[in-house]
Write a protein of this length. Structure first.
Length: 263
């Protein structure tokens, strides 16, 4: 059985945020309490983590079936998507080897600059018992690669302050769109029609310079016609019930530890 687990459904401050509390989110609804964004996908036995949020340790403790990974896919270098990277240490200890990680050129450079101690070399491995250890694979938009036979296609995302990458997994079974204002025209052409799952970011209901709003998100849903769209990366401006009330039946708000099993 294949799995999709939303480990964290929140934007950078989480919900509630330290500075601004719950915002418009109903504090009595547990699905409004959000850790920073991270996603686990398991297809045909291949186990992938998308991003390492600062809440990764707690997310892994909540999901005891996530202990072994075949790879980590990074979308971009913002702290809420990257800075839990040290918590890969315990997974290294279980694997007894470095973790394969995949990132665009800009994100790879940031990882090497911020976390040089954990970047291993295939000819000179870090000791995974004592520190986190990753093999960094630099990927390019529009160039398909494979992890244990599973197809991964990186696609470009536009108008974010840092280079951001989306992923088409298993040729459209899951399409993962990270922080952006829009999908690049070249990337859009690579997305097959009617993907099974489309995961989209919605930081706020109204568009921001670096983030799409709900209207733009729903335009992509109409264009791509996925079976199910999952709205992720929501800030305190996005109440769980309100988002669901504003969207079609097959467009649903994510929540922490949301689990979907599929054939």
């Amino acid at each position: 059985m294949n799995k999709l687990i939303i480990l964290g459904s929140g934007a950078a401050p989480g919900v509630p945020s330290v500075a601004n509390g719950w915002g418009v989110c109903n504090p009595d609804n547990p699905r409004n309490r959000r850790r920073r964004t991270g996603t686990y996908i398991e297809i045909n036995g291949v186990k992938l983590l998308i991003d390492t949020s600062p809440d990764l340790r707690a997310q892994l403790l909540d999901n005891e079936d996530i202990r072994f990974l075949d790879g980590v896919l990074y979308t971009h270098s913002h702290a809420d998507h990257l800075h839990g990277i040290d918590d890969l240490r315990d997974l290294n200890r279980l694997l007894l080897k470095p973790m394969e990680a995949y990132a665009n050129e800009d994100t790879s450079a940031v990882i090497k600059q911020r976390f040089p101690y954990l970047v291993a070399d295939r000819n000179c491995m870090n000791n995974p018992i004592f520190k986190p250890s990753i093999i960094l694979n630099t990927i390019c938009e529009g160039e398909e690669f494979f992890i244990k036979g599973l197809s991964i296609m990186p696609i470009g995302l536009k108008d974010h302050p840092v280079a951001s990458t989306g992923y088409i997994i298993n040729r459209g079974e899951v399409v993962y769109i990270a922080d952006c204002r829009s999908i690049s025209p070249e990337g859009l052409k690579l997305i097959p029609p009617h993907p099974k799952f489309l995961i989209m970011p919605l930081t706020t209901l109204v568009p921001q310079p670096a983030h799409m709003g709900l209207e733009e998100l729903l335009d992509y849903v109409k264009l791509l016609k996925p079976e199910t769209t999952i709205i992720n990366h929501m800030a305190i401006e996005c109440d769980y019930d309100d988002v669901n009330d504003r969207t079609p039946q097959n467009v649903i708000a994510a929540y922490d530890n949301m689990r979907i099993e599929f054939e």
